[in-house]
Design a protein around this ligand. Structure first.
Ligand SMILES: [Zn+2]
Length: 280
């Protein structure tokens, strides 16, 4: 993606290299909140994530340190991508007669406190509707490449940011809240199906964003996004972590579905074609 020297968002807060203070607020009440409110990017086992959060919550105090040149470069990149989402979603919202509220984004390492509770790098990137912020641990992308076999590359990161912004869009439109209240009256299997619908729609929105950002794309970018989408399919993650695939427990969609919905968004650029709920 072409990004050097372009407009940067002012909504990114870089907490990398900052002392965490050593304590995370993790406790019983938060567990429910995390299950309900956080949209975690990849599939995976929420219980495992919560265990890791609790383990890490008692880790020691870290010292502040200077960011490396490479880290500062990634900061600029994420700021440009976020600015691109702000520009494109503001346009789309105003075409539909409403205003867009920009989300914040926090870069962190190891652990972070959010309005949705404490979280660790093990959660992967996520969106918290409580503070309307996207939380990104960039170490996730290394894992995506080495553990889950994605190609890597800058556009994999751009796709993930655009996916999380997609959850923000669902939050301000009201889709996310509607789904959550319906889920409370459904069986686990049916509730999971709705979660899959939300995730695939966020992938679709990421595709819509890429469509409107075509002028800045470079060869291979879409392949990087599709490779990341494929790597975080529930089936791919389950195979890697437990060796078997249990479709009823899917909460994010298969690799195939995630790539397909990203592609649909990318081809059409039209948010009205993102009904991911009827196809499940
Ligand atoms: Zn998601």
């Amino acid at each position: 993606m072409k990004w050097k020297g372009r407009t940067r968002s002012r909504n990114v807060e870089d907490r990398r290299g900052k002392s965490t203070g050593g304590k995370l607020i993790a406790g019983g009440g938060i567990i429910g909140l995390i299950f309900l409110a956080i949209q975690i990017f990849g599939g995976g086992d929420a219980t495992e994530i919560l265990n890791q959060i609790q383990q890490q919550s008692s880790s020691g105090i870290t010292e502040d340190r200077e960011l490396t040149t490479e880290e500062l470069e990634i900061l600029e990149f994420t700021e440009v991508v976020l600015a691109d989402t702000e520009r494109i979603w503001s346009d789309i919202f105003s075409q539909h007669g409403s205003g867009y509220r920009e989300p914040g984004m926090v870069l962190f390492t190891d652990a972070v406190n959010t309005a949705c509770g404490g979280a660790s790098a093990a959660s992967g990137p996520f969106y918290c509707p409580g503070d309307e912020k996207i939380y990104m641990d960039l170490g996730f992308f290394e894992e995506l490449r080495t553990r889950f076999g994605a190609q890597g590359g800058d556009f994999a990161i751009a796709y993930v940011i655009a996916h999380e912004v997609g959850h923000h869009v669902q939050h301000i439109i009201g889709t996310a809240g509607e789904v959550r209240s319906r889920q409370q009256r459904l069986s686990q299997r049916e509730a999971n199906e709705l979660s899959v619908g939300l995730e695939l729609q966020a992938d679709f929105y990421a595709g819509v964003w890429a469509h409107h950002n075509r002028e800045y794309l470079e060869e291979g970018d879409i392949e990087e996004a599709l490779s990341a989408a494929s790597a975080v399919g529930d089936d791919a993650i389950q195979k890697k972590t437990s060796g078997r695939v249990v479709p009823d427990s899917f909460t994010h969609g298969t690799s195939q579905q995630r790539m397909e919905w990203f592609r649909r968004g990318y081809r059409s650029g039209d948010i009205t074609q993102g009904n991911t709920f009827s196809s499940n």
